[in-house]
Structures are given as C-alpha cells and as structure tokens.
Design a protein around this ligand. Sequence first.
Ligand code: IPD
Length: 275
Amino acid sequence: MSTSDPAAANRALIAELAELALRVAREAADLVRERRAEPVEVALTKSSPVDVVTEADQASERLLAWLLKAARPDDGFLGEEGADVAGTSGVRWIVDPIDGTVNFLYGIAQYAVSVAAELDGEVVAGAVVNPASGLEFCAALGGGATRNDEPIRVRDTVPIDQRLVLTGFSYEARIRALQGQAVAQLLPKVRDLRRFGSAALDLCTVACGQADAYVEEGGHLWDYAAAGLVLREAGGRTRMLPGVGGTDAMVAAPAEGFEEFLALVGEVGFLADHR
Ligand code: IPD
C-alpha cells in the first residue's frame, strides 16, 4: 500500500477492518451455534429481571476480544457484556456477542453476532452473522452492503399506510408501557408491525428490503453499530433521538421515505419532543 495516497490507505484499512469483522463474527457465530446445542444457562440479569445474559454471551464476547486483540493489538474494544478497553490506533471495535439473547435462550432462530469497527469515531465496517440461519450481513463505508456476498438494497418507498414496520420493546417496564401506547397509535396507520427480537437483524431486514422501517427506544450502540452501517450502505437512514421514556430511540427507514416515517413516529408518541 502506498503511504503517499492517504485516501487509498484509508480505503485499504476499511477493507481490512470489514474482512476482519466478518472473520471474527463467523468464529463467534460458530461458538454460539455450538453453545445452543447444549443446555443454555443464564449467567446474570442486567437492567431488569427479564434482561438476561447467558454464559454463551460471555464466552462469545471473550472470544471476540481475544481474536481482535490477536489481530490488531492497539485497537479499542467495547462489548455489550462489559468489556471497555481504550486503544491507541484510532480504531475501536463495538461488539454484541449475541443480539437477541432472549430468542437464543428460547431457541428462536432470530439472534446474531454483531461486530463493528469505528475509525476516529465513525463506524466504517460491520458484520452481522446469524448462527441459526447462516445469514451474513456485511458493510464497509462507501462500499455498499451485502447479504451472503450478494448486494442488498432497501425497498422502494410506498405510501405510509402500506409500510411494514419493525419494532422492539425496552427491558424496563415503565418504558414498555409508553411503547405500548405508541404502538397502539401506530398500528392503525401502517400496513402492520413485526417484533422479531433482535435489533441488529431488524435493521438488516430493512436493509435487504424485507420491511419498510424500524423504530425502538432503549437499544444501545452495540445493537446498532454494525447493522446501522449495513442499512445506510443499502440506501437507508438511521437517527438516534430522545425517546418518550427518556432514553435514546432509533428510527430507521429507506432514505426516501425517512422524514415521513419520522414525523409519524413522533406524532404517535415514540419520541420525547412530540409529547
Ligand atoms: C436486545 C434485542 C431486542 C431489543 C432490545 C435489545 P440483547 O438486545 O436487540 O430485540 O428489543 O432493545 O437490547 O439484549 O438481546 O442483546
């Protein structure tokens, strides 16, 4: 690689990070698949008694941290299950070792390993791998998004009352009650709603044109880092806004119909500003 061309060096670094994200996400997905074949043990609970962490979440995060440290020792690392290591290279990895842990616990096949690389604070590469279905979503900044190596694209925009919307619920009962009210207002105004149980896979579902939009309050950086890039690279937009329950809400949709969807979720009560 020529050091005299910073743009080319940057592109090469992003390509390297994207390749590494997919490689380690696949390895962690293999581990998660093996763990699902054994009895699944809850290791602890977090924000509420229904917000569980399994031993497989912890093992997957340890594996991801180890693999990434071996490949790129100077990078930072942030994991859902507690790892937070500062780096010196300008690259930080943001991982969710199992997004959709409750589905994993119950044996519902909608969960994923999510690995994103941030460069100087911007997500530039991401991989989301579902160990149960074998679906692999990848993206590199400026390089488009793929599902199992095939380019993906969001759906064409349809009138708002014909849009299929994905959502999810917080682990906090107080926020859930508010989300329930907003959902009740939204339902008559759209085609229908789906609640699959993995925010990362929800964003990838919009990215590959199998749904029209997504809204949820209470997710975290690790839920959205990789999948948000996948969606943006597939022609979508994402925005984090203050939610009605006082935590961040993610609104995501194809770029063309985004503003109309944002106005609707505000109007029906998902967002703080519109109360
Ligand atoms: C959760 C899932 C769920 C969403 C929650 C997330 P976790 O992640 O993505 O669908 O509703 O907001 O926290 O806890 O399974 O990693």
